[in-house]
Design a protein around this ligand. Structure first.
Ligand SMILES: Cc1cc2nc3c(=O)[nH]c(=O)nc-3n(C[C@H](O)[C@H](O)[C@H](O)COP(=O)(O)OP(=O)(O)OC[C@H]3O[C@@H](n4cnc5c(N)ncnc54)[C@H](O)[C@@H]3O)c2cc1C
Length: 465
């Protein structure tokens, strides 16, 4: 293919991988892609995978793809769960794994600059050595990249204290579809027109290639304490979390597991039909002391009863263990998670709508939920479902049946269709209902203006129309 020859000429043959084994693993972790693979569908392989080592080499890749009109699909570490990476046969996958260095750690300003392909857990380890923390701990911490965090607008499990990725980011280096390199100023805040950093948060590879990210850091916490509580039901637990966050407290974790999630994730500590509320307090020692006391008082005031603190320690220890999707699919089980968000008044209605709709699907094994990111004006709702249809051929339709129900009920109730996983391909069909024709029109015009050929990860976030 001419684009492959052009890439070889620009980068040298060792940066351009064409062997089938090298092209194969470059998709994300969307259940539908895994299901197709397990069911024996031929994987969709790109024309080649390029592994640049520098921003200048990324520029060469973007220019070569532009000259040949070849779709270009950025790949961080492939932990995305929305189908954001499904390269077509004529596309080029840009694997950011060669950009994996720490550029700077500035202890005085509490900033660090990471190349975009750096593994999240390695970035955290690097700043830990200086007594600092990024504070961004998605469950996929060890299998996601810093650039991927930005590209998907991700959230960490301790976001209540440290913020989501948009609260941590100070600056970006992006290779635009034109081949120009955009470097945003590094400053704690700016009033210089609309934020160019925001433009790329959640862009999922459609507007440019993020090559470096400047994050604001925190000093490592002095102290950590944990508590756990039983709430008589999910509604009472939501009230407790709301009361705490609206009173101005920000426990690093305030995680409310409904009875189903409590039984599945912490069976030793689950109690009947009650919900389980887990708190992690961390930061300066005196703050932790006061916050723990205040949150405990507010939890009691909302009718919660103390549960063994060990429930929270156990969750902390095992929080990143997840079932193997291929293994579940081989057992005939379709399993997925859906992250939503809403203002406080809609959290419980969304939860009830989920239980009523997905909970009544045929061949259901599991429908459960938790709240894990709380704000003054609302929270997320994280849903899990599993079904086992009688025939493997029915798994796909069963999967989409649940998604259609959740998306439709969310929009009906007035919630938001994603809190942190993003759009990819799985939510594409609901973008217009969520944003309106005007909103999707803005995204489409933005895309056309930055990427007139629509070569940057086409088919994701917004359709050409
Ligand atoms: C077990 C598990 C747990 C998870 N837990 C969480 C969680 O707690 N919080 C959370 O927010 N998410 C979570 N996720 C989702 C996923 O880990 C995040 O979306 C993560 O940010 C993706 O990073 P990545 O490097 O793997 O990106 P990839 O999967 O490689 O890419 C994701 C998207 O971003 C684009 N992209 C990647 N890198 C770049 C770049 N440098 N420039 C431009 N575009 C780029 C890709 O084209 C793609 O569209 C989880 C996923 C799994 C499998």
């Amino acid at each position: 293919m001419p684009v492959v020859d052009a890439l070889r000429a620009r980068l040298g043959p060792d940066r351009v991988l064409v062997a089938e084994a090298a092209r194969g693993p470059h998709r994300d972790s969307w259940v539908m892609s895994i299901l197709e693979e397990v069911h024996g569908a031929a994987p969709s392989l790109p024309a080649c995978v390029v592994r640049p080592q520098t921003t200048a080499e990324v520029v060469e890749v973007v220019k070569a793809c532009g000259a040949h009109g070849a779709p270009l699909v950025p790949f961080g570490l492939g932990s995305g769960v929305c189908g954001g990476i499904r390269p077509s046969a004529e596309s080029v996958v840009l694997d950011l794994g060669g950009l994996h260095r720490v550029r700077t750690i500035d202890v005085a300003n509490l900033t660090a600059t990471f190349e975009a392909g750096m593994r999240g857990s390695e970035a955290e380890a690097a700043v830990n050595r200086a007594g600092l923390t990024i504070g961004h701990f998605p469950q996929s911490h060890e299998v996601s990249s810093v650039g991927g965090w930005v590209a998907t607008r991700s959230s960490g499990q301790l976001s209540n204290r440290y913020g989501n990725i948009e609260d941590l980011i100070l600056g970006l280096e992006v290779v635009l579809p034109s081949g120009e390199v955009l470097t945003t100023p590094v400053t704690p805040r700016a009033s210089i027109g609309p934020s160019l950093v925001e433009l790329f948060l959640g862009s999922e590879g459609t507007l440019g290639v993020i090559t470096a990210v400047v994050l604001s850091l925190h000093r490592a916490p002095e102290r950590r304490e944990v508590t756990a509580w039983y709430a008589r039901d999910f509604e009472a637990g939501v009230e407790a979390v709301r009361a705490i966050h609206q009173a101005g407290w920000s426990p690093a974790v305030s995680r409310l597991l409904d009875p189903g999630d409590a039984r599945r994730l912490l069976p030793t500590h689950a109690r009947g039909g009650q919900s389980l509320l887990l708190f992690v307090h961390e930061g300066p020692a005196r703050l932790v002391e006061v916050e723990l006391e205040a949150c405990s008082t507010l939890a009691r005031g909302a009718g919660c009863e103390p549960a063994p603190a060990e429930a929270t320690s156990t969750w902390l220890e095992h929080r990143n263990q997840v079932p193997s999707f291929p293994e579940l699919i081989r057992q005939g089980i379709v399993f997925d998670t859906i992250d939503l968000s809403s203002t406080w008044d809609k959290v419980v209605p969304l939860y009830r709508a989920f239980l009523a709709s997905v909970g009544s699907q045929a061949h259901l094994l599991l429908a459960s939920a938790h709240v894990s990111h709380a704000y003054r004006s609302g929270a997320n709702l994280y849903l899990t479902f599993a079904l086992r249809p009688p025939e493997p051929s029915a798994m796909r339709e069963a999967y989409w049946g649940c998604w259609r129900e959740v998306m439709a009920r969310t929009l009906e109730v007035g919630g938001c269709i994603s809190h942190h996983h993003g759009i990819g391909r799985v939510r594409l069909g609901w973008m217009e209902a969520q944003l309106g024709t005007a909103g999707v029109g803005v995204l489409r015009n933005l895309k056309t203006s930055l990427d007139p050929q629509w070569i940057m990860n086409p088919g994701v976030v917004v359709q050409r129309g």
